[in-house]
Write a protein that binds this ligand. Structure first.
Ligand code: SF4
Length: 447
């Protein structure tokens, strides 16, 4: 049935994925059936990312790929939502006449009514509906979780930081936290749906609560979430180094459910570059914070992300960054060539670094990190870890795969497990037997 069937393609980060899950549920409630076949869908929605140039290019490619289904499939309306229309609105509509409707980051919840109106009389539906990004989801907003055994919990929306390279604040609006009770209610619902792992996300997760009455802390939120029955793991992504508190670390160390894993993008280690980036905190603070995390949360796995080739980054500043990567020994790390985004302060800064040089610097950081990650993986051999089993493989030697507490979905590696009888969704103790590039090998440990 193509009439009221919709296919949703979600691009970009987990925050965008939560918006796609909300759209999916809102449409289902309005009588739409959500399909995984774009060729069979009457409506195709592309929920886009516009963070940096490669993300924008991917968004446009996917929109054009989906537009082909208006000719060869059953698609009658192509809808584009999220960050790309929020950023480019009418300009995008001129360049992509194949698209029937553009909805911004605060407008997408109106999608069911828009589709009904399109079917009734398309001439009455403005093609570009991009208002101020004010939407903040809450537990009363329906959501169809699309990830297996883990769920993202979006604790806040928007960002009030002003990192010089980042367009997000103008796309997603100022930082708005959801209330503690509301988050606990949604966590309870996710638990009832069978989730084993809750992953806290926001543009800046550690800023949670600062705009709420009484300024509740992230540590307090985590304690409350730990009391929700069902989920066994709680993970924190997108922590801002300057906002890591002793209370948060004490909670991470004390609460059994909290994964000893922290994703904390530091971006750079040169004081001059950090200031030019408009990042809070000094190189000394970043180093002290890393030491403090490792002291307060023994065995923690730290993940970070870095930007190379920021305008004016000298050879010496890059060498300092490379030395820092070797010294800090992050368990995992992502490194991105700086992308000049129009409308950001950094795009107009002098000293833009040539693309080839950015890629060379990225390669050097990746090479240094690969050696560290290998050593860390090999050192895990013999240790016993919990693995959340996510599925089966075609491998005879390792018929199952899953993730440990130090492997976040999609961004870190996975663990291949040798065992005879496991159920996806189960958390089992396994002994690490080896490593293979980013992934681990393990076998079910005797109880
Ligand atoms: S913290 Fe900085 S990089 Fe992250 S979303 Fe906010 S402005 Fe962008």
């Amino acid at each position: 049935m193509s009439g009221k069937s919709v296919y949703i393609l979600s691009l970009g980060c987990p925050k965008n994925l939560v918006d796609s899950e909300v759209m999916s549920a809102l449409l289902s409630r309005s009588g739409w059936s959500v399909t995984d076949r774009p060729d069979r869908a009457g409506v195709i929605v592309v929920n886009t990312c516009a963070f940096i140039l490669p993300a924008k290019e991917e968004s446009v490619e996917e929109i054009l790929r989906m537009a082909a289904f208006k000719q060869k499939g059953r698609c009658r309306w192509l809808v584009v939502t999220g960050c790309l229309p929020q950023r480019y609105g009418a300009e995008l509509a001129r360049e992509l006449p194949e698209v029937d409707l553009f909805l911004g980051t605060g407008d997408f919840p109106g999608i069911p009514a828009c589709l009904d109106r399109l079917d009734e009389d398309p001439t009455r539906v403005p093609a570009v509906q991009v208002g101020r990004p004010r939407f903040l989801m809450d537990a009363a907003v329906p959501r169809t979780v699309s990830t297996p055994f883990y769920s993202y919990l979006k604790v806040a929306e928007g960002c009030s930081n002003r990192c010089a390279y980042c367009i997000i604040p103008s796309i997603r609006g100022r930082f708005r936290s959801r209330s503690l009770d509301d988050l606990a209610e949604e966590a309870g619902r996710l638990a009832a749906g069978g989730t084993r792992e809750i992953i806290l996300i926001a543009q800046d997760t550690t800023a949670w609560g600062r705009d709420l009455r009484g300024r509740p802390t992230l540590g307090g939120l985590i304690k409350r979430l730990c009391a929700v029955e069902g989920p066994q793991w709680i993970r924190i992504l997108y922590a801002y180094p300057a906002n890591i508190t002793a209370e948060l670390l004490a909670t991470m160390a004390a609460e059994e459910k909290v994964c000893r894993y922290l994703d904390m993008p530091v971006q750079h280690i040169s004081g001059r570059i950090l200031r030019a980036m408009n990042r809070k905190g000094t190189p000394a603070l970043i180093r002290e914070t890393i030491d403090e995390i490792r002291r307060a949360v023994p065995g923690v796995s730290l993940r970070t992300s870095l930007i190379v080739g920021f305008p004016g980054e000298t050879d010496e500043e890059f060498e300092d960054l490379l030395a820092f990567v070797r010294e800090a020994r992050f368990e995992s790390l992502g490194v991105f060539p700086y992308s000049p985004e129009e409308g950001t302060e950094a795009a107009d800064m002098p000293g833009q670094v040539p693309e080839g040089e950015k890629l060379r610097r990225q390669g050097l950081v990746m090479e240094a990190q690969a050696a560290i990650a290998d050593e860390i993986s090999l050192a895990r051999a013999g240790s016993v870890v919990e693995v959340l089993i996510e599925g089966t493989t075609r491998r005879k030697d390792f018929p199952f795969w899953g993730r440990t507490r130090f492997q976040s979905p999609e961004i870190d590696g996975i663990t291949f497990v040798r065992a005879t009888d496991l159920r996806p969704g189960e958390i089992v103790r396994c002994r690490v037997t080896g490593a293979e590039i980013h992934d681990l090998h393990a076998e079910k440990a005797d109880d």
